[in-house]
Write a protein that binds this ligand. Structure first.
Ligand code: UVW
Length: 265
């Protein structure tokens, strides 16, 4: 896209709105915001006043990117590095979210809802390799290494149903271990979805095991984006787009909120 094209591009916001009480993985400290100073608390001599807030939050809240340092397996993070030697109270000396190079490139949406002819996949549904192959074929684009691959489940439509969205009782749809390996073999820069975890979570299993996190973060160095708002892409049948993905450069953190933007000519 040239600069002129960019100025006239349609921009689609792929982030969920962030507010206290939004759906939250039980694995993480929640997001809390409070308006600490209100207009009128302090009024300057010229009549001016300012309001501001205090925000206390985990790194994995709202729409966010998992850094490679987020998950280890048998004590090792991506590249066979010993996790314990990299971490301190200041975070990680490498593989933190600060090492994520801002992404400007191509995004592909593998819309599994379209494959099944539904708006929303059922809770606890395991997305298979066949589902992903069919979604890719329906979208029509061939993935290239370095693309960001998003999996559409329709679950951003359920954002306001807090307990159901978290899925502790009924589960969450997502790729199973084999489908995760199939995605990783396409060598994407990152993978993402609408759900609380980029995983298939069966009913009643909570967030006990996260095998796709291991495949992506530990075995292949592929970042994960969770809790995306894909409803507009799904409704409009958009499966290929420019994508800007730029998490906050919080030094050594294992994740960061992000506001991904899809760009269409
Ligand atoms: C989960 O708890 C699964 O979310 P994250 O991947 O951010 O840890």
């Amino acid at each position: 896209m040239s600069v002129v094209d960019l100025a006239s591009a349609t921009v689609i916001d792929l982030a969920q709105p962030m507010r206290t009480g939004m759906p939250q993985s039980p694995n993480h400290p929640p997001f809390r915001m409070n308006l600490e100073r209100r207009h009128g608390d302090r009024i300057r001599a010229d009549g001016g006043s300012a309001a501001n807030e205090i925000i206390v939050t985990g790194g994995h809240v709202g729409t966010h990117v998992d850094a490679l340092a987020h998950v280890s397996q048998d004590g090792q993070v991506y590249g066979g590095l010993e996790a314990a030697s990299l971490q301190s109270d200041q975070g990680f000396s490498t593989l933190g979210i600060d090492t994520f190079e801002p992404f400007v490139g191509r995004g592909l949406l593998l819309d599994v809802t379209r494959v099944h002819g539904v708006d929303v996949l059922p809770a606890g549904y395991e997305i298979t390799v066949e589902d992903l192959e069919s979604a890719l074929a329906a979208g029509g684009a061939t993935p290239r290494p370095g693309d960001v691959l998003l999996v559409g489940t329709g679950w951003s439509r359920r954002w306001s149903e807090r307990e159901e969205f978290i899925g502790l009782r009924d589960g969450v749809p997502g790729p199973g271990r084999v489908a995760g390996e199939w995605l990783a073999a396409l060598r994407p820069r990152a993978v993402g979805a609408e759900t609380i975890a980029f995983e298939y979570i069966p009913a009643g299993k909570g967030h006990a095991t996260l095998p796709v996190h291991r495949t992506m973060l530990v075995d292949n160095g592929i970042n994960i984006i969770e809790t995306m708002r894909l409803v507009e892409l799904l409704d409009r049948g958009i499966t290929e787009f420019g994508l800007i993905l730029n998490p906050l450069p919080i030094m050594g953190a294992t994740g960061s909120p992000v506001r991904p933007l899809a760009l269409l000519p």
